[in-house]
Design a protein around this ligand. Structure first.
Ligand code: AMP
Ligand code: ZN
Length: 111
């Protein structure tokens, strides 16, 4: 999709440090980290969010990417995955992404 920053990052049109990628998904670090580890897992194809007809195969690859990110970042004690979906949830980039947060004790607030 034209002018979508995450399309460009995931497809190497804008340089970034890729934490993990395969043919369907990519993972790169968030530009404004909210935890010592804050990596985004995104599909290479454009879907607005998780309720935008995302193929099961893409979701499967995203789940595998979460595991790969956790391994690459050494998140052996646990981590949190968040998918802000829509305006009321504070979604600001309208390209599906899962936040992978960790590297500290995240506590029990906000689920
Ligand atoms: P959300 O509020 O769930 O839509 O999250 C969007 C996330 O994208 C925020 O955590 C931003 O810091 C992050 N972000 C925005 N632009 C970039 C970028 N160019 N590279 C990496 N992360 C970005
Ligand atoms: Zn996009």
């Amino acid at each position: 999709m034209a002018d979508c920053i995450f399309c460009k990052l995931a497809n190497h049109e804008i340089p970034t440090t890729i934490v993990y990628e395969d043919d369907l998904v990519a993972a790169f670090d968030d530009a404004n980290p909210q935890a010592p580890v804050h990596t985004l897992v995104v599909p290479k194809g454009h879907y607005e969010n998780i309720v935008d007809g995302v193929p099961g195969e893409v979701l499967e690859h995203m789940a595998l990417a979460v595991k790969k990110v956790a391994e690459a970042k050494g998140l052996t004690d646990g981590f949190r995955v968040i998918a802000n979906t829509g305006a009321a949830a504070g979604q600001t980039v309208m390209h599906l992404h899962w936040h992978v947060l960790g590297g500290t004790d995240l506590g029990e607030n906000l689920v």
